[in-house]
Design a protein around this ligand. Structure first.
Ligand code: Q46
Ligand code: ZN
Length: 305
């Protein structure tokens, strides 16, 4: 069999079939070692139309898990139209054959404007507005529709870049929450997992090509110039010089993280102390009204309907 991909960090080369098996094994190992879910659980995958999230949905279905997906249409012109088409196509062909369904949330329908216009109205950066909306919609769908766990397509490159950013700025609180499994610490919060955390971006792209997954290649136009892209470039440079750097950096952090510090308050304890239901929608928040409800109230007074 002809080798289709070589993986310097594993010192190995794979043919198509063996590479698919390798990817499935890496995901299965992550699911088991971080106690993500069991075959009985109902999983909601957050899909964007990109390679990572569609590959994740594909892998979970191939491994026999009960996985539906949620897509949030952000209303970013041609990019959102194309990504929506890709997700719909995958759902109607491959996912439907497994009995899995796609849930769609369209930002424009609820907020009266797409994400960029909304950010302008709210005087907030587009990506932070987007983050608040996506987190809220995924959590609400997971909780209201009784999913046991919510899965995202973050890969090894994403997590290593995020770790680098958190370490460079010593963001202790974010470091505490940077785990492949975040339990549902309080009522109303879905458990969140990252089953692709053992696989690099390049490996997932190769998996998508080998398995003929039709994804949107173009990145979200709002991502240009982001710090995450810079951190990924720096780590890629290190990886080229010294294969395995990203893996050692991120996995080393996870190993240290699993050692308990008995004297400190746990994340779950802190969440239980600080979070309570939003007075408008009931989702957990630290304030009286959650940031999503505040945003929507502001948007509704500012946008003509
Ligand atoms: S989708 Fe949203 Fe990203 Fe686009 S608007 Fe920014 S945060 S870049 S993951
Ligand atoms: Zn709310």
């Amino acid at each position: 069999m002809r080798a289709v991909i070589s993986l310097p960090r594993h010192n190995a080369a794979f043919c198509k079939g063996c590479f698919t098996t390798f990817v499935h094994e890496q995901v299965a190992r992550a699911i088991k070692s971080f106690k993500m879910f069991t075959p009985e659980d109902r999983i909601l995958v957050a899909v964007s139309g990109g390679k990572d999230s569609l590959a994740l949905w594909h892998i979970l279905l191939a491994l026999g898990y009960r996985a539906d997906a949620l897509y949030v249409n952000l209303g970013i012109g041609g990019y959102s139209e194309e990504s929506h088409r890709k997700v719909r196509h995958y759902a109607d062909t491959v996912a439907a054959a497994h009995g899995a369904k796609l849930i769609v949330h369209v930002v424009e329908q609820e907020a009266g404007a797409g994400i960029r216009e909304l950010a302008t109205i709210l005087h907030r950066p587009t990506c932070s507005t987007c983050g608040t909306i996506k987190r809220y919609q995924f959590n609400r769908a997971a909780v209201e529709q009784d999913y046991d766990v919510m899965a995202t397509g973050h890969n090894l490159d994403d997590e290593a870049a995020r770790l680098l950013g958190n370490v460079l700025h010593w963001q202790d609180e974010y470091l505490d929450k940077q785990s492949p499994t975040l339990p549902a610490s309080v009522e109303g919060f879905a458990k969140k997992v990252k089953p692709l955390c053992r696989l690099s971006e390049r490996e997932i792209a190769a998996y998508a090509v080998v398995n003929r997954i039709d994804y949107i290649v173009e990145e979200c136009p709002m991502a240009k110039g982001s710090k995450m892209i810079l951190y990924k470039e720096v780590l890629n440079r290190l990886e080229t010089e010294s294969p395995g750097t990203k893996q050692r950096f991120y996995w080393g952090f996870l190993e240290k993280q699993t050692k308990p510090e008995p004297a400190t308050e746990s994340m779950a304890e802190k969440d239980q102390r600080t979070l309570h239901p939003c007075q408008s929608c009931g989702q957990p928040t630290t304030a009286d009204t959650c940031s999503y409800c505040k945003m929507m109230a502001k948007a509704k007074t500012a946008t003509p309907r």
